[in-house]
Design a binder for this molecule. Structure first.
Ligand SMILES: NC(=O)c1ccc[n+]([C@@H]2O[C@H](COP(=O)([O-])OP(=O)(O)OC[C@H]3O[C@@H](n4cnc5c(N)ncnc54)[C@H](OP(=O)(O)O)[C@@H]3O)[C@@H](O)[C@H]2O)c1
Length: 252
């Protein structure tokens, strides 16, 4: 099997930052597979991209549906045989501004289903494909909202935010990042695993429009994906178990 081509899977790739990552990595010559929980939405996004000369592939992938994740891994195995980069981008918030004293357990569970369990299910099921690549990377689109240090620091924008379930799920996914990165290193496997904070980005995240988010100071999507693109295209095969943004290290 020729593994020279960089094959990259982006979960939640049909819109927002995921779509921007699909676009930019395709432009940089990677063969990018857009994971989309709705095949139809994915097809629409792929068609739009193709009108601008960008060709990406598509796989149906709902990170909270174990059968969908298994099937996507099988489809990728059959079609490509391996994976070079996995970008765990799919994410959502279900408890924004709900105070911790009354936040609904169902909302907390929904936060964990996508941001934590979904991310782990995808990572575990794609791992056999990543192991077939001579050098592989997993990138987690995390958030400074998951940083306990930032949430205790009045100087950060995170200080006044309340989304306990989302923040806890991102913090938990950060710990999974550290633990899986260490497991890969102990086993001398050439797979790095890093978490990224994109900053506040103007997408439809949390149910707002990109325009509304921009009014609250959110950055454009190309700024939000900059660190991800940097890590996904870097020749550095050693950096692992980090949490960074465009300014440097982020406190766990
Ligand atoms: N925007 C920000 O300010 C910000 C800041 C820090 C971190 N982040 C993180 O950045 C990542 C991307 O967020 P974004 O701003 O681009 O948000 P977005 O515009 O809301 O996009 C979220 C993407 O995730 C997909 N998704 C939702 N549930 C899914 C599921 N069960 N399985 C697979 N895909 C699913 C959505 O697909 P559908 O179209 O089907 O809903 C969409 O493609 C998330 O992990 C988020 O937590 C965002």
């Amino acid at each position: 099997m020729n593994t020279n081509e960089i094959i990259t899977l982006v979960t939640g790739g049909n819109r927002g930052m995921g779509l921007e990552i699909v676009k930019e990595l395709s432009q940089k010559g990677q063969r990018v597979i857009m994971g989309s929980r709705s095949f139809e939405k994915g097809k629409t996004a792929i068609t739009q991209l193709s009108k601008t000369g960008i060709n990406a592939d598509l796989v149906q992938l709902d990170v909270t549906n174990p059968a969908s994740v298994s099937k996507a891994a099988q489809v990728i195995s059959d079609k490509y045989g391996y994976l070079t980069i996995l970008i765990n981008n799919a994410g959502a918030v279900f408890d924004f501004q709900q105070q911790p004293s009354v936040v609904k357990l169902d909302n907390l569970r929904a936060d964990f289903e996508i941001n934590y369990f979904g991310l782990i299910d995808v990572s575990q099921k794609m791992l056999p494909l990543l192991k077939k690549s001579p050098q592989a990377k997993i990138l987690n689109i995390s958030s400074m909202m998951g940083s306990k240090t930032a949430s205790l620091d009045p100087k950060t924008g995170v200080y006044n935010v309340v989304a306990t379930g989302y923040q806890s799920a991102k913090a938990a996914a950060n710990m999974y990042t550290v633990q899986l990165a260490k497991e890969m290193a102990r086993a001398n496997l050439p797979i790095t695993f890093n978490a990224i904070d994109p900053g506040m980005v103007a997408t439809e995240f949390g149910g707002s429009t990109p325009e509304q988010a921009q009014q609250f100071g959110a950055n454009p999507v190309d700024f939000g994906v900059a660190r991800t693109i940097e890590l996904a295209t870097s020749p550095d095969d050693n950096t692992t178990a980090t949490f960074t943004n465009t300014s440097g290290n982020v406190a766990w």
